[in-house]
Design a protein around this ligand. Structure first.
Ligand SMILES: [Zn+2]
Length: 480
């Protein structure tokens, strides 16, 4: 017999149940089956595994059978409570607390055990809540990024579907109008309605019963975000989505509706024709692609990643980086070295300070794209970065390619050049030896509390504070 400790505990409880029902003491039953009472006690406490022959003897003495003894059911409520307590006290969550386990005695009443169990259940609930949500989110996100990388970020079925719906609504070429989007909704039996009281946790709500899609009112008249949001709401319907079963499924649906909206705003046929011409002219530029289709810089950059590997045989990367340097959206299939946490997540990680994505924030004239060649341990990359701001904070959008493909892009003649050795921390994440020596032990920063789920705490002498930033700050101001 190979039984786990928990099964042994149930077995022990069942033996004790039958023994006491027969009115035997440990020694009395022990004598009947030929073992010492102390040995039987160990078995009843789940500390020792009985041989089959002994089980048969016990079953016989107690007027039952072996099948009954080894049934996995707790014999009664009290035993069920004790078994659950054994299990809870054996769990790593409890054991890591270093608290001595409660030893159940005969005199301890059920209510006491129930109260202890209640605490264990709550401990478990809190622990899984704290761990599962961000963990699960990161892993699911990483898995999806890798799947999309393997598919060159290209989903042909959705491309075809989008062109079909655009055609049915009469769209011919150029930027997709709000009017056409309304017609598309109409064909699906939906009316677009702008409501200013949408719940904060939603982007849109679809009333399936009455055929309405509620969207937030346009903050900027003619703003492009609304087309995208309306298209995404319709996409759930067109793609036959059902309520998501788990977080990974939720992410998958989000990706698909985003993809569908992107296909409508820049249809494959027209988009590829545009990019092929620009490549032929050696004049590829995100900003031209953006302006031709009336979309945001971010949408145009991301759309390039969908179409260019499959249709133009070009590998590339996309980065959205916030002003603090954290990567908030990412795609690459050109082997650009990216920072990763232990789960493989890139989002929330700091981009190398030498990258164009961060160097662009330092440029005085930020009206046009910043171009830069960056040498990395994986080769040289050429990147084009556009900065912008939203909700009072800055961000940058970067599209880049390996050195050999720079020749197709506008900005290839740039003289900006940088050397990145990340993930080696000496590249940009550690202060130089001189500056560290100068300030070590002479700085006392007070950390700001991080609230963003993806923000990893920078390492250093002070938790939550980036030493090198503090030191350079002091260095800059000390001389004033
Ligand atoms: Zn670096």
């Amino acid at each position: 017999m190979s039984t786990s400790g928990l099964e042994l505990s149930t077995l022990g409880h069942r033996i004790r149940h039958h023994r006491t029902a027969k009115g035997f003491t440990l020694d009395e039953l022990g004598a009947l089956v030929g073992i010492a009472g102390s040995q039987l006690s160990l078995i009843e406490n789940g500390k020792r595994e009985p041989k089959l022959s002994l089980l048969q003897a016990i079953a016989e003495a107690c007027s039952t059978n072996v099948a009954d003894l080894i049934s996995g059911e707790p014999p009664n409520r009290r035993a069920a409570l004790e078994i659950e307590l054994d299990r809870a006290q054996a769990s790593p969550v409890f054991r890591q607390l270093g608290i001595a386990p409660v030893r159940v005695s005969k005199g301890m009443n059920d209510e006491t055990i129930e109260a202890v169990l209640g605490l264990h259940r709550e401990l478990h609930r809190r622990e899984s809540e704290a761990i599962a949500t961000p963990e699960e989110a990161r892993r699911a996100n990483t898995e999806m990024r890798l799947t999309m990388r393997a598919r060159a970020n290209y989903l042909p079925e959705i491309e075809v579907l989008a062109e079909k719906h655009l055609k049915a609504a009469g769209h011919v070429s150029g930027a997709l109008t709000h009017r056409t989007v309304s017609l598309m909704a109409d064909k699906l039996g939906f009316e677009l309605i702008y409501a200013d009281d949408l719940p904060h946790s939603t982007r849109s709500i679809t009333d399936l019963e009455n055929g309405r899609i509620y969207l937030p009112p346009a903050s900027i008249p003619g703003g492009h975000g609304l087309r995208s949001m309306a298209l995404q709401a319709m996409a759930h319907r067109i793609l036959g989505h059902t309520p998501p079963t788990d977080y990974a499924n939720f992410l998958q649906q989000r990706l698909e509706i985003n993809y569908f909206a992107a296909c409508c705003l820049i249809p494959e046929t027209a988009g590829v024709a545009f990019l092929q011409q620009a490549k032929k002219d050696r004049n590829l530029a995100v900003e031209d692609f953006r302006d031709a289709f009336g979309v945001t810089h971010e949408a145009a950059g991301m759309r390039m990643t969908n179409l260019m590997t499959h249709h133009l045989d070009m590998r590339l990367h996309f980065l959205r980086v916030d002003e603090k340097g954290a990567i908030t959206r990412v795609y690459e299939n050109d082997d650009l070295p990216l920072p990763m946490d232990v789960t493989g997540a890139v989002e929330g990680q700091p981009a190398c300070r030498k990258f164009s994505a961060r160097a662009a924030f330092e440029q005085r004239n930020r009206t046009t794209e910043h171009y830069q060649y960056t040498d990395t341990p994986s080769g040289t990359f050429w990147c084009a970065t556009q900065t912008g701001s939203a909700h009072d904070s800055g961000f940058s959008i970067t599209v880049g390619v390996p050195f050999d493909d720079a020749r197709w892009w506008r900005g290839r003649e740039t003289s900006h050049r940088a050397q990145s050795n990340c993930p080696d921390e000496a590249c940009c994440r550690r202060a130089s030896a001189t500056i560290s020596q100068r300030w070590e032990g002479r700085a006392w920063p007070s950390a700001r509390v991080h609230t963003h789920m993806f923000s990893p705490l920078p390492r250093g002498a002070f938790p939550g504070v980036d030493d090198s930033e503090v030191y350079s700050f002091l260095d800059r101001h000390a001389g004033e």
